[in-house]
Design a protein around this ligand. Structure first.
Ligand SMILES: [Zn+2]
Length: 248
């Protein structure tokens, strides 16, 4: 049984029987995987406290021949994002959304250094500011872009007209922006030019720089539903945590 060492972000854990757990992980070196943690439910387990959702850990895992499930040998906590979730329910829901989206968008066993760094950046951003709108907008934008789902944001998808400086329309049923003249798709909603401008900044600016700028959180709150609708359309499912977040 080859022993593999990897950094990983814990997505979630499932109880198996009386004593064990299965962990869903996004690992840096192996991509998205699942591993069995023997005895993890026991009070004195050596994994106690390390496997909270979104914990950043270093793991040693046994790969087992012809078995999809790896086995956890040892774990070391590198960074915990648990306290921020227990302090603030909205942060907890935002973190749950990252888990839901991650399990849907990240292909199993596909290594993505950029997606891994994105998770850490967004978690650290939320931790530093206790603010969810900009970090989640940043997450949505890059998850869509890295997954190949992000439409062009600078021109009308129907007629190709430049949207620079203009308000745009978007549909709740399809991905992409259109100009005010193109009314083809149903349920068009308006999107202010400043919101499109913000998406342009998200594309080119580090999250910590965005978080330090004044007044962007409010705009991010308006922009999030658009990208999150596109996330749901691209994932072909609704995210429960987003629904709960909208009700908060
Ligand atoms: Zn158009």
């Amino acid at each position: 049984m080859p022993l593999r060492e990897t950094e990983a972000i814990v997505l979630r854990t499932y109880r198996i029987g009386e004593a064990d757990k299965v962990i869903s992980l996004f690992s840096r070196q192996l991509g998205r995987i699942r591993a069995a943690a023997t005895g993890a439910q026991r009070p004195k387990s050596r994994f106690g406290g390390l496997l909270e959702p979104l914990s950043y850990v270093r793991l040693c895992l046994f790969e087992r021949e012809n078995r999809e499930l790896l086995r956890l040998n040892s774990a070391e906590l590198l960074e915990s994002f648990f306290a921020m979730q227990s302090r603030d329910y909205r942060v907890q829901l935002a973190a749950q959304y990252m888990v839901e989206a991650g399990e849907r968008f990240l292909p199993e066993r596909e290594v993505s250094e950029r997606a891994f760094r994105l998770f850490l950046t967004v978690l650290r951003g939320m931790q530093a500011r206790g603010e969810i709108h900009l970090p989640l907008l940043y997450f949505d934008y890059w998850m869509l872009r890295l997954g190949g789902f992000l439409p062009p944001l600078d021109r009308c998808l129907a007629c190709g007209r430049s949207l620079t400086g203009l308000a745009a329309r978007y549909s709740t049923e399809s991905v992409g922006l259109s100009c005010a003249a193109c009314q083809a798709a149903p349920v068009r909603q308006s999107l202010a030019a400043e919101i499109i401008g913000l998406l342009g900044r998200v594309a080119t600016t580090r999250l910590d720089v965005l978080l330090a700028a004044e007044g962007l959180a409010r705009m991010a709150q308006q922009a999030r539903p658009v990208l999150e609708k596109w996330m749901e359309i691209s994932a072909e499912r609704k995210f429960v945590s987003l629904q709960m977040l909208a009700e908060e």
